[in-house]
Design a binder for this molecule. Structure first.
Ligand code: 48H
Length: 257
């Protein structure tokens, strides 16, 4: 009875994965490029990492390159990271050009190959807060949220939660909306107009713990810090993900590169 066996394998394996990830070291919200580079590195260092992505297709804003020209640019100084991940690319003066579909799929392959578990079609709708520290996330199926079904969520406990939700900084917003005191340098969540060079620097500088137990990376770090956007250059996203990973490893006194 193949039909029975196929369904049984899927159901059993999915619930094994879910059960195994109800309490993780790091819960990463969003499956964009910063999330995938952070997850790759943290998993490689032996941490239990789960990524929660609202869409069916993880990868965030990488797939479409710039204006659907499916090529993107990173800075020369992350060449060794691309090499480590086995990516193909072309060097163009100070920049590196990478096929955006190849970039997205390489990040996804390497993060999951290193051991990170990715739950797609799952929306993080809230955080778990104990004694002024973020201790986990609250999840539900994306269709439940989109269809506005009255179905309660479940929780994932985590030592560290990382907001990798991109431009809207959705996780940080969950604190701000409640009026919970959080360090916002310009008093609100807002990104500024395009300035690629400044934006690339800003995103890395503003990758940090913004509230006990909660870190920001990628475009969420730009919006929370109040910095400029940078368009289809993605080196800063990778560096931001790696910086968050290093910050978490430092907190756990695990040796970093
Ligand atoms: C689950 C969620 C939730 C939620 C959102 O936007 P992303 O690609 O994230 P980054 O920051 O790693 O990369 C940003 C980059 O793609 C980009 O947009 C750049 C460089 N822009 C520059 C510019 O000038 O425009 O991915 C975030 C992911 C998405 O896939 C969302 O679906 C997901 O997070 N997400 N997942 N629960 N509550 N909110």
């Amino acid at each position: 009875m193949w039909d029975y066996e196929v369904s049984k394998i899927i159901v059993e394996r999915f619930f094994e994965k879910l059960n195994d990830n109800l309490n993780v070291d790091v819960a990463i919200v969003g499956g964009g490029p910063s999330a995938l580079s952070a997850s790759y590195y943290l998993s490689k260092k032996g941490l239990k990492v789960a990524i929660f992505e609202a869409k069916n297709e993880p990868g965030g804003g990488t797939w479409g390159g710039g204006m659907m020209f499916n090529e993107l640019v990173v800075e020369n100084d992350i060449k060794s990271f691309l090499d480590e991940l086995g990516m193909n690319y072309l060097i163009k003066n100070n920049f590196i050009s990478v096929d955006s579909v190849h970039f997205a799929s390489s990040l996804l392959y390497n993060a999951t190959k290193a051991g990170a578990i990715l739950f797609n079609n799952v929306i993080v709708e809230d955080i778990v807060l104990y004694e002024n520290k973020v201790n986990g996330i609250v999840i539900n199926w994306a269709p439940v949220i989109r269809q506005k079904l009255h179905v309660d969520p479940i929780t994932i406990m985590a030592k560290f939660v990382v907001d990798g939700t991109g431009h809207p900084a959705n996780v940080v917003n969950m604190l701000v909306d409640r009026g919970i005191d959080i360090d916002l340098p310009i008093g609100k969540i807002r990104e500024y107009p395009m300035n690629a060079k400044e934006g690339e620097k800003f995103v890395v500088e503003n990758t940090k713990e913004v509230f006990p137990g909660l870190y920001v990376m990628g475009m969420a770090a730009v919006s929370v810090g109040g910095g400029p956007r940078m368009g289809p250059i993605f080196g800063g996203m990778i560096k931001s993900g790696l910086k968050v990973a290093n910050k978490i490893l430092e907190k756990l006194s695990i040796e970093v590169k």
